[in-house]
Design a protein around this ligand. Structure first.
Ligand SMILES: [Zn+2]
Length: 109
């Protein structure tokens, strides 16, 4: 369950950025192809936040659309899965987004 490691990272980032104040809520963006379960991440966040300044803070997960550029025709595609190919038939795609996980906003108490 790698979500727990991710949740610990989120807590560490928030601990560093909270300026000594309690954290009320955290918004993270998760790429749709990041292979992260929002449900497992929320559960893991509760575990990781226990006993820290983030205990009881709410975690909101916002999906980030996965996009890629075709190596042949240069068009930018929105991906639904890892296996997608371009309408021109090319399957060599350069990912632009969708694999990332970022802390977007912190609400401090
Ligand atoms: Zn193409």
């Amino acid at each position: 369950m790698h979500e727990l490691a991710i949740a610990r990272n989120i807590v560490a980032i928030c601990e560093a950025g909270r300026d000594g104040r309690p954290v009320v809520s955290v918004v993270v963006g998760v790429g749709e192809l990041a292979a992260v379960s929002a449900h497992a991440l929320s559960f893991s966040f509760e575990l990781a936040a226990a006993g820290t300044a983030l205990e009881g803070a709410t975690l909101t997960v916002e999906p980030i659309k996965a996009t890629a550029r075709c190596a042949s025709c240069g068009v930018t595609l929105t991906l639904e899965s890892h296996l997608e190919q371009c309408t021109c038939g090319q399957s060599k795609l350069t990912w632009l987004s969708g694999g990332e996980l970022v802390v977007r906003r912190l609400e401090l108490g």
